[in-house]
Structures are given as C-alpha cells and as structure tokens.
Design a protein around this ligand. Sequence first.
Ligand code: 5AD
Ligand code: SF4
Length: 466
Amino acid sequence: MTVGEHRTNLNNTDDYLLNIEKLAERITGCDYKYHIITYGCQMNVYDSEKLAGMLENMGYFQTEDKNEADIILFNTCCVRDHAEQRVYGNIGMLKKQKIKNPNLLIGVCGCMMQQKGVAEGIVKKFPFVDLVFGTHNLHEFPKLLLEALDTAHAIVEVSEHGDQKENITPIKRSSRISSWVTIMYGCDNFCSYCIVPYVRGREQSRNQAEILLEIENLAKEGFREVFLLGQNVNSYKGQDDYLFHDLLEDINKVEGIERIRFISSHPKDLSPKLIEAFESCDKLCEHIHLPIQSGSDLVLEKMNRKYTREDYLKLIHRIRNLSKPIAVTTDIIAGFPGETERDFEDTLSLLEEVRFDAAFTFMYSPRKGTPAAELADQTEHYVKKKRLDLLNKTQAEISKNINQKYKDMVLEVMVEGVSKNNADMFSGRTRTNKLVNFKAENLLPGYMADVRITTAKAWTLEGVLV
Ligand code: 5AD
Ligand code: SF4
C-alpha cells in the first residue's frame, strides 16, 4: 500500500497519455463496463464526468446497472455525516458481488478520502476494495487503475496538495447542452462548521485564457449554457487583476453561449460590480445562490461567516433594486452548536423578510477536525429535526406563494429533455432556474421554448407550449 503525501509533479501530460494508451490496449474490444456512484455537490458531479471521460478513452462503456459493471467507482462527499454513512453502507453491499465476480474492480475516491485515516480505514474495513484515491489524485487515475489491475492488494494514493491537470483530462459531459466549467478550486474561508477547506485545499483560480478557450470550444460543440463552478466564485482571481465580473463579461461575448450561470457565492465577497453584471451581461441568468446559513448575528459570528444579517439584507436590497427580478436561493443550517430558540427565530424571520425563491436546509452535522465540532453546546438531534421541519414548512409556503406570480405568464424555457416523472411531458428551466414541466411533442434538448404557466407549485411549474 502506498500513501503519497506532499507529492508534486507526480505526472506530466506524457505519462498521463501513456497510461491511457496502455489501458486502451488492454481494454478496447473487451466490452468492459463502468458504473460511477456520485455523492455531494456539483464539483463532485463534474469530477465524475472527468473519471467517465478517462474511462471511455480507455475503452470502457458506461452502464446504469452496477450488477453488470466491471469497474464500480464511489465518488464520495464528507460535508455531512449522512452522505458518509450512505457510502459505507453501499460499499459494504458490494461484498457479495465481488465474491461472485472476483474480477470486479472497486474504487473509492472523492472528498471523504482526504480526511485523515479514512482511506486506510476503508481498505481495512472493506478488504475487497481495490483502489482508493483522493480529490488531488484524480488525474492520476489511469496510472492507479493500471497498478490496481495488476496488484492483489489495494492501491491507496491520497495527496495533500493538488496540481490540477484539467486541460489534459477528457470529460464525458452528461448533457450536450449545458456544461459545468470549474473556474476555481478549493476554499480559504474556513467557516467553522465546514470540512471543505480541509479536503479541497486552498483557493486556486484557473487562468482566464484557459477558461475562455474551454468555453469557446464548448460553444463550437453546440453547448448553449455554461455553469461556472467554484466553492466561492466571487473571490475568483485570474491573472493581472482580472476578477469574476471581468470573466462574466468576456463569457457574455462568446458566440453560441446563450445562458451563463454560476455557483456558489459567499456574501462577504459579493461585489457591487458583480451585482451590476446582471444588468450588463444579457446572457447571465437571473438567479443567484447566496448562502446565508443563519439569520442570527451571534450564530453567524460563531460560524465565522464574516458578515451580519444587516450586511446580507443590504445585498438583497441591492439585488432587488436591479431593473429585472433576480431569483435568490440560499442554504441554511439548523441547530448549529449553541443555537438558541431566539437565534432560530431570527432565521425564521429572515426567511419571511427576504422571501427566497428556495432554501436548501441542512441539520448541522459535526465534522471531525472543524472548530464547531469541538464546541461543548451541541444541539440535540430532536431539536435540530424540529427546527429543520419548521424551516422547510415556512419556506415551502413562501416558494409556493412566489411561484404564483408566474401563473399565466409566458416564460423562456430551455428544454433539458423528457420529464423524469411523466413521459408525456418535457422539462426545462427558466432563466430564473425554475423547473418547468410542459406538454409538447418532439422537442430537442437546448430548444428555447415559450411556455405559458398554468400551475405553480412550491418546487415546480407546469405549463403549455405557446
Ligand atoms: N453541517 C450541515 N450543513 C453543512 N453545510 C456545510 N457544512 C455543513 C455541516 N457541517 C451546508 C452549508 C453549505 C452547504 C453546501 O452545505 O449550508 O452552504
Ligand atoms: Fe465551506 Fe464556508 Fe468554504 Fe462554503 S465558504 S465551502 S461553507 S468553508
């Protein structure tokens, strides 16, 4: 077993391509299949697209059925305990499949592996796992896979620091219309509850020329929407004082791209220039995800969020003063250590005051190694659950109410495909990121449909093509 720490220059483009070639020689023509199970945020979804891209370059085919797979990868998340427990449960369930098919290769990667002792713990607990690697080792996957195919014991490679080789990693985009583009990696904010800075490392922005080239190429391939990704896109710093709003303005000029979205934004870094970009960039969609986490100043301070409720409300005010309505969504944590009833009421009142289009709500989950996990006054589970339920109930009312205003309006919907829940319907998103299901025939993904809204629910809209 090898555990690589502080390793740099492990690979270069030549090594990478050589390893892909070696694998292609072994795999092409064998009809081997791969299955990837992804947990967590968009960043992980994107990493899985890269893993899929590499596997297909080697000659593997994708399968939705893990029972017929020759290689199964778990791309893990450690932001909350719930996701971690699901990973352990699901790896455990593969033991029988591995006994039936000893040639099955099982790999585990992603954020969980970056936590101290987890990678070693996985191979100890599940000796049938063949390969374990961290988020910083993604581009080493071909080399590690080669080793795993030829070795009886588990291959483990988890580096503490990353050398992002995105430009040489092929990507199997899950959509032909909308594409994720990472503009920065890591996070420097150290919110006291959050594990991300420990597992994804310090902020690293990609060079603007490289990003723009990637987007120009996506446009040439027919992609119409780009989704810019980063833990905190507002603190993007390209070369020569080039900031996030500069990048938006340049992407806005790329021919063929019709919609630009981004996620996620930290309120402390949301500059007036960025807010103005909603006016100056016509392709920038009218939606911002702006996590508040709590409506109580005391809790915000303990969370190390570096803004107050008042600061946040001022930003909302600025956004609502723009010439067009912008949908605002947020994240909220219920039951942070020491959160009193009064603090919680402040969060509830904030929901009413801001009236978000949607809120993603989470029960606080202590993460080992973060300052908040060490706080003595942890909130009891039943209190967290009760508060979470109340948040969800309050927000559902607000969202439903906000959506009513869309009734009878005609909205531009970018078609994603046939609706997941109803084969007679198509679904797509408005510029404000609302999911719309509507009746139509033979529409291709990417088509911009004009849809008259007939029914408005809390989380979806329904309508008819006009
Ligand atoms: N417990 C609960 N929620 C968390 N989040 C991050 N860390 C934790 C944690 N330890 C939530 C935050 C963040 C979102 C992606 O996940 O709300 O914005
Ligand atoms: Fe975590 Fe805070 Fe960074 Fe978001 S900004 S990834 S919550 S540390």
